[in-house]
Ligand binder design. Structure first.
Ligand code: AMP
Length: 541
């Protein structure tokens, strides 16, 4: 027997309609390239998003066509987040930190027909313009004119007749957005989000035991809108009607802290590097910024070090919410929110749990597998994390060679090596390819990194596997010290000693000025492994 409920399609225009009806006067603030602030309302935003849909359709863009963006976190990008899918087209966010060659590959692979590019990023576009086939290039942002052959976004909107906006009869399983993985292994792969996945993800991530977003919030995504849809925050915030604040391209700690304070932000989100920088600035100038409204700093993309979570809480009264996800998972998969029972536990135990990646949000299921099969949820046995749910990718776009990322029964193989404990808290121990395999035993590079970063003199630490004549691989720690701080290799090893078995300790610690990063802010361990490949061979050989 079938239920007798309406067949209501879960689509992005339904979020837009709600936002306009209920939150018309709420504000959206953007920091412009000249650092001044642009402000307008949800009503303005919705009108312009619809005009964009009309303009795109006038350009001949329709169902399933890919519209790429090369933009910062800015209001025009939000308009594209809604206007492009409302036109039936697919929003394809391009990562501005990629190499031009890689951008050209992605644009061509996706078959993008239109590009929306921020004026400040035109020099980047010029570097791959000749290698791509685009029918229209639209330039956002203030300026007198646009380069020959390109269209001016403002003029396009001005001329679009809002009255001709039509709600399309969209299927919730239609593609709405697309994002390529950062491709630390092999070529980047396209993840194609459906309207349904984005709507359900917005509901799931707004729940109190996930990110807990509500109308009264003021949300500032530092995580770029080209990195897994800024973790879905623009959609989630619009669904709940929160005030939104976009930092544009000014992502240094002082600019961010000023904006967080001035706009009374309640929830912000970004990768650990951002927060490590902010922590250093707050330590240097305690009391300089009024962050009394800030109730959660969501940290993901890489592991939030336990020491950082604790330092924010104890030195600055700020709450870090650790979450895990992937481009392939829209992206929220798990969040480290404490259960009622753990809220009664001693503080140190709470930090242990909050430094894990957390429990799956509703509708997401996890399990882990090693060579013996599915691992027990004992918090000790490591295995590769597998995941399924309505906002988890079922395949990549036009990449049949990657079909082995899914199990025979349809779960996505994440490549993250984890433990899951009896309460369901998942903890990442490593990326599959980053594990240190010493004499056949596994060493977690992340556990060592986290502990090193808890040392007061350490700003950042990455641990990589390097070849070793006897043990095949041994851990090597690469450390950046905080400005004006000192620590020797012996001091750091002594600091690690009580917490790890002897054979886990890095064979050497090297000090560098900077750790190379990927386009999405993760340590580029491949480059470190390359650079230090012979380090232990020479030392011991
Ligand atoms: P991306 O698709 O660029 O978002 O990268 C996804 C990968 O980032 C995951 O597979 C993890 O390896 C890593 N990652 C994301 N969040 C976390 C986290 N909270 N802790 C550790 N690693 C993370």
């Amino acid at each position: 027997m079938k239920g007798l409920m309406m067949d209501y399609q879960l689509t992005i225009p339904s979020i837009l309609r709600r936002a306009e009806q209920l939150f018309a006067r709420k504000e959206i603030v953007t920091r412009l390239p000249d650092k001044s602030l642009h402000r307008y309302t949800y009503a303005d935003f919705a009108r312009r998003a619809r005009k964009l849909a009309v303009a795109l359709r006038d350009l001949g863009i329709g169902r399933g066509d890919r519209v790429a963006t090369l933009c910062w976190n800015q209001y025009q990008h939000l308009e594209a987040y809604f206007g492009v899918p409302a036109a039936g087209a697919v929003l394809h966010t391009l990562n501005v930190r990629l190499h031009p060659e890689e951008l050209a590959y992605i644009v061509n692979h996706a078959g993008d027909r239109v590009l929306l590019v921020d004026r400040t990023l035109l020099p980047l576009f010029e570097q791959f313009r000749d290698q791509v086939r685009l029918e229209h290039v639209i330039v956002t942002g203030a300026g007198d004119s646009v380069p020959e052959g390109m269209l001016d976004y403002e003029r396009l909107l001005l001329e679009a007749d809002e009255g001709r906006y039509e709600e399309l009869d969209l299927d919730e399983n239609d593609a709405a957005a697309m994002c390529y993985t950062s491709g630390t292994t092999g070529r980047p792969k396209g993840v194609l989000y459906s309207h349904r996945a984005i709507v359900l993800h917005s509901l799931g991530s707004a729940l109190p035991d996930a990110l807990g977003l509500r109308e009264a919030d003021v949300v500032l995504p530092v995580v770029p809108m080209f990195h897994a849809n800024a973790w879905g925050l623009p959609y989630t915030a619009t669904m709940v009607g929160a005030k939104q604040v976009f930092p544009g391209r000014h992502l240094d700690p002082v600019s961010l802290l000023e904006l967080l304070a001035a706009e009374r932000v309640t929830v912000t989100a970004g990768v650990p590097t951002i927060w490590l920088g902010i922590l250093q600035e707050l330590d240097k100038n305690p009391g300089a910024y009024d962050l009394s409204s800030l109730r959660a700093m969501v940290v993901g993309g890489s592991a939030a070090p336990r020491g950082m979570i604790k330092a924010f809480e104890e030195r600055h009264g700020l709450h870090v919410l650790h979450a895990w996800g992937m481009t392939e998972t829209t992206p929220l998969g798990t969040a480290a929110v404490l259960t009622a029972e753990l809220q009664q536990a001693p503080k140190e135990v709470q930090y242990d749990y909050r430094a894990k990646q957390g429990r799956p949000v509703p509708l997401v299921e996890i399990r882990a597998r090693n060579e013996n099969g599915l691992v027990p949820w004992d918090g000790r046995t490591m295995g590769e994390l597998e995941i399924r749910g309505p906002w988890i990718a079922a395949s990549y776009y036009n990449a049949p060679e990657a079909a082995d990322r899914w199990t025979d029964d349809g779960w996505f193989r994440t490549g993250d090596i984890v433990t899951i404990d009896a309460r369901g808290y998942m903890e990442i121990k490593d990326r599959d390819k980053d594990l240190v395999k010493s004499g056949g035993e596994w060493i977690s590079s992340m556990a060592l990194e986290n502990e090193l970063m808890a040392h007061p003199a350490v700003a950042e630490a990455a641990v990589v596997a390097v070849p070793h004549p006897k043990w095949q691989e041994r851990p090597l720690a690469v450390v950046v010290l905080k400005e004006g701080q000192q620590a020797t290799k012996e001091e750091l090893l002594d600091f690690l000693r009580p917490k790890f078995p002897k054979w886990w300790l890095p064979d050497d610690i090297v000090f560098v000025d900077q750790i190379p990063r990927t386009s999405t802010g993760k340590f580029l361990k491949r480059a470190l492994r390359e650079r230090f490949r012979d380090h232990l061979m020479e030392a011991t050989g």
